[in-house]
Design a protein around this ligand. Structure first.
Ligand code: NA7
Length: 295
């Protein structure tokens, strides 16, 4: 059993914290909006009033917040985590952020004598709840080996990608492909619908061919049901599209396809769909074509 502090109980954090509890660890939780701790305390977690209280007795500190700004607020804002962290503690940031933010965290925690891993996750609500995430990790190999058993109940697989911030970098590379797959299934289903194809029949073909994808299956079926309930919010997808653009810019890498997709995501957020699922930006493509994909 390990003493773990879990900070940030959004869609992803609450699933991970619950799975750490189920695995028998002692988990102390903190969330900016404290009411969101209730489902976790009902499962046996201790609730802390501040991040500093949460990490006081922790061997391992994990957090999964919305974005770079949230991480900066937690680490360097009021009640600074950086002042509370102690030598020997291991800190894992599971948020999807820019690799430069991750570098800054790593330097700051290392300076305090703590260990730091960037450990963002692939998967969304269901994978977080079911312990089926795919976790990509950057940092010292021996620290990765040390915390790997803790990540087991959260994940289907974990991947050591190299020194900090290779986890954060891998996460943006993967999310570029997620964005393309959402755009691809959206464009394909809209075109198919306008051509008069039955969307169910189209999905049947996509399910078996050599260009199949779990995203095509899941998002395609939800699109046909007109189900845009949030697993991963469109506003966070825009955050990631902006991070990918910045990351590619930093490295002078052309990403023309990702740039075009970012514009569609932006329009979707401006249309008021930011709190819906990331797939909601497909409605931008539907509006452009004057059709709606339906079963
Ligand atoms: P959610 O469900 O939007 O949760 C975001 C969490 O981040 C939630 O606990 C928020 O607290 C917390 N948050 C947001 N801003 C702050 C600040 N400024 N300070 C402290 N805490 C903050 O996101 P997901 O769980 O879906 O996603 C998390 C990450 O995984 C994200 O990077 C995705 O891209 C992938 P609140 O409850 O609002 O008070």
């Amino acid at each position: 059993m390990t003493n773990i502090a879990y900070l940030g109980l959004g869609i992803m954090g609450r699933g991970m914290a619950a799975n750490l509890l189920k695995a028998g660890h002692s988990v102390t939780v903190w969330n900016r909006t404290p009411e969101r701790c209730a489902p976790l305390t009902a499962q046996g977690a201790k609730q802390a009033a501040t991040p500093a209280d949460a990490v006081a007795d922790a061997e391992v500190i994990m957090y999964c917040l919305s974005d770079d700004k949230a991480v900066e607020d937690l680490v360097w804002g009021q009640g600074r985590l950086i002042d509370a962290v102690k030598p020997g503690q291991i800190v894992l940031d599971m948020t999807t952020i820019h690799p430069d933010t991750s570098r800054k965290e790593c330097a700051a925690f290392t300076e305090k004598g703590a260990e730091f891993l960037d450990a963002p996750v692939f998967g969304s609500k269901n994978e977080a709840a079911n312990g089926g995430l795919w976790i990509v990790v950057g940092g010292k190999r021996e620290i990765y080996d040390k915390v790997s058993p803790l990540l087991k109940p959260l994940s289907e697989t974990t991947h050591y990608m190299g020194e900090n911030p290779m986890g954060a970098s891998m996460k943006l590379v993967g999310n570029l492909l997620v964005a393309f797959q959402l755009e691809a299934i959206g464009e394909a289903m809209v075109l198919a619908t306008k051509a008069g194809l039955n969307p169910h029949d189209v999905l049947g073909v996509l399910h078996v061919t050599d260009f199949k994808s779990p995203i095509f299956d899941g998002v395609g079926a939800a699109l046909v049901r007109r189900d845009f309930d949030v697993d991963f919010a469109l506003k966070l997808m825009l955050k990631d599209a902006n991070l990918i653009a910045q990351f590619a810019q930093d490295l002078n890498v052309p990403v023309p396809g990702a740039a075009a997709i970012r514009e569609n995501i932006k329009i979707g957020v401006n249309r008021g769909w930011g709190e819906e699922n990331a797939s909601a930006f497909i409605k931008v493509l539907e509006e452009g074509a004057g059709v709606q994909v339906k079963g």
